[in-house]
Design a protein around this ligand. Structure first.
Ligand code: 7RM
Length: 656
């Protein structure tokens, strides 16, 4: 394929090495140490992972083969017996961690709860016994549709304990989205709550479950377990619906963890594809446990006393891997927060950091941009000196947002780990190790040891320095997805057939565009379908967005391509303005000129559209597909069920 050379547009030269003090105390404290690990893993991947598996985890029975690779199917730690709930709970109980906080939870209305490892273990055992009473068996699938309360994590760990698999469905999804996912997974039991608190409102959950199950909507579901959270009155179907507190009162707290095969199903998590119905991404037990454990430990440089807070929802992979399994497997304290910044309390995140002395804070660029908009007086009014590491995930981060995060939240002293990964990869693939790898604003830096990532063209040939291409992974890794639930063909087509095997080596196709700079640092440019080609020049939408956001008038920008007869595609930018600015033709021209100045004439937007808000998925990703439709004057096509706020779309359509 002719892969046009990308102009090296983002002239980001800033570089932030860890301070000497940070490096000195870090688990991986130098570039030499990182290289040593990376090289060792590359030379002998199986030896590398086997040694870690032995050191870091408890196994009921050791594996007899580290990796069985029948492309594109991998089995890790073949015939090993393990239980991730044992690794997250039981093994900490005979240490001082018994009385250490496992979960600190803060509810939106201001209520809170702390569960020690001993208390969490007890509740997980109880819920696991309740599952058994309700007829759930090893291999069954349990749907979890919950607000951000400790019982969400308890419900997941209880599944793992008895060898049932979970399928968590984000509490913001509609009853119809819930129904199709429960149906696809043939869930036997649904765990839910009456509702949850979010942005000063209650979110009804049980009514959505009722709606999904109405008229035998999901025939496989026999029981619904309901946690009381909001105390709102809900309908309880006699025989089908059960209050958790009722059943918990009469159940034993003795429930030994079931030894599971390393390759037994741990969970399914649905993720939207570009077309068709959502894919059920399949993750299994042993490899996932190891990989989320070690990436949490090294990337966040975990210390026994850290208070770790990931702001994701457990309904996303980030919540699975980096609120629940990774931190708890390490015996860390994981903070869960039910709420979100809102007009009535724009500083709530910083109150939580101050209240609990949070030391590691992990969030998304979209959240950071929203926080920037709310003003830095909110964080400035709180004591954030407990923070020592910041993290970001979910989208490419604009260097401007990165710099703000670093300066205002991190006080200039906290390394930022920009972690690139996916539902499919299970854990971090590209990320700085904060004591070793100097960071650059906007770059996810280098591969985690054991990950052989590269940027290639459609034939699988590595592209040159600073040339755009496709991000691939060359060697299997322990937490890779195993298949698409019930559709192995789709697994092959989506991830393994876009780029053919190269010299006998299969390449995992991530669906993202990227480039590697002169230091080998990766710059992820976004989904491949987010790359615009203007007159044969490949432009990352993010690069243009970054330029726009660097203008003082711009709060948020989303850039898409619009077909153009001459140039192939033309840049169209959707822009929200900072409060004190007004949309005008003059401002539009000024912004176009600004992009030309920042990047060059090829990036000049043909059109700037001012808007009050962006269409986003519930996990905060801008739905550029919809903007693309709008930009080219087409009707909005395809699935819009993941859109958070439909009125945004209607306004954009009407040009308001
Ligand atoms: C963890 C998560 C995956 C997609 C992925 C990328 C984008 C995620 C970064 C990023 C640039 C990052 N899982 N993405 N992290 N892009 N830099 N640090 O988000 O399955 O929901 O999404 O998200 O496009 O393919 S996900």
């Amino acid at each position: 394929m002719t892969q046009p050379t990308i102009e090296s547009i983002l002239k980001e030269k800033r570089n932030f090495p860890p301070s000497a003090e940070f490096a000195e105390n870090a688990i991986i404290g130098s570039m030499e140490k990182y290289r040593e690990l990376y090289d060792a893993a590359k030379a002998d991947p199986q030896g590398f992972w086997a040694e870690l598996a032995e050191q870091e985890l408890h196994w009921f029975q050791k594996w007899d083969q580290v990796l069985d690779w029948q492309p594109p199917h991998a089995k890790w730690f073949v015939n090993g017996k393990i239980n991730i709930s044992y690794n997250c709970l039981d093994r900490h109980l005979n240490t001082w961690r018994r009385n250490k906080a496992a979960i600190i939870w803060e509810g939106e209305p201001g209520d809170s709860r702390t569960l020690t490892y001993a208390q969490l273990h007890r509740e997980v055992c109880q819920m696991a016994n309740v599952y058994k009473q309700l007829g759930v068996k090893k291999g069954d699938i349990v749907g979890i549709y919950m607000p951000m309360i400790p019982e969400a994590a308890i419900a997941m760990l209880a599944c793992a304990r008895i060898g049932a698999a979970h399928s968590v469905i984000f509490g913001g999804f509609s009853s119809e989205a819930l129904r199709t996912r429960l149906l696809d997974a043939e869930a036997k039991l649904v765990v839910t709550a009456d509702g949850g608190f979010r942005k000063d409102k209650t979110i009804p959950l049980k009514p959505a479950v009722d709606e999904a199950l109405r008229d035998n909507g999901v025939p496989s579901v026999d029981n619904v377990l309901v946690v009381q959270r909001t105390q709102e009155k809900v309908h309880m179907d006699a025989g089908r619906d059960h209050w958790w507190h009722d059943l918990q009162a009469g159940v034993s707290a003795n429930c030994p963890a079931e030894p599971m095969d390393s390759e037994d199903l741990l969970f399914i998590l649905y993720t939207s594809g570009t077309t068709g119905k959502p894919k059920g991404v399949v993750h299994t037990t042993g490899g996932y446990n190891l990989y989320t454990h070690i990436t949490t430990k090294w990337t966040f440089d975990l210390k026994e006393t850290d208070v770790y807070w990931c702001t994701a929802d457990v309904g996303w992979i980030t919540g699975h891997s980096y609120i629940v399994y990774g931190p708890l497997s390490n015996g860390a304290t994981s903070l869960m927060y039910e709420g979100a910044p809102r007009p009535s309390n724009p500083g709530c995140l910083w109150d939580v950091v101050e209240k609990y002395g949070v030391s590691i804070f992990y969030t998304a660029p979209t959240a950071i941009r929203a926080l920037i908009k709310m003003g830095e007086h909110h964080p400035n009014a709180r004591d954030l000196s407990s923070l020592r590491i910041l993290g970001t995930v979910g989208e490419p981060i604009n260097p401007e947002a990165w710099m703000w995060y670093h300066r205002v939240i991190g006080g200039g002293r906290c390394p930022i780990v920009d972690t690139w990964w996916q539902t499919e990869t299970g854990g971090f693939m590209l990320t700085p190790l904060p004591g070793a790898i100097p960071t650059k604003p906007g770059s996810a830096t280098l591969p985690f040891p054991g990950i052989m990532a590269d940027v290639v063209d459609l034939e699988g040939n590595p592209v040159g320095e600073n040339e755009g291409g496709y991000l691939v992974v060359k060697h299997p890794w322990p937490s890779m997805m195993r298949t698409v639930y019930g559709d192995d063909d789709r697994f092959r087509r989506t991830y393994w057939e876009h780029i053919p095997p190269k010299d006998g080596q299969y390449l995992y196709f991530a669906g993202d565009g990227a480039r590697k700079d002169e230091d080998g640092y990766f710059w992820v440019m976004g989904r491949v379908d987010d790359v615009i080609s203007v007159s044969g020049h490949r432009l990352g939408t993010m690069e243009v967005e970054s330029a726009l956001v660097s203008h003082p008038a711009v709060a948020e920008a989303a850039v898409v391509g619009r077909p153009d007869e001459v140039k192939g595609e033309e840049v169209v930018a959707f822009v929200t303005l900072e409060g004190e600015y007004e949309a005008s033709d003059d401002l539009s021209n000024e912004l176009k000129q600004h992009v030309v100045k920042e990047i060059g004439a090829i990036a000049r937007p043909g059109d700037i559209r001012f808007t009050d808000g962006m269409p986003k998925t519930r996990s905060g990703k801008i739905m550029r597909r919809l903007l693309r439709n709008l930009a080219s004057g087409q009707e909005v096509a395809g699935d819009t069920s993941t859109l958070e706020d439909r009125s945004v779309l209607d306004k954009l359509r009407s040009g308001a």
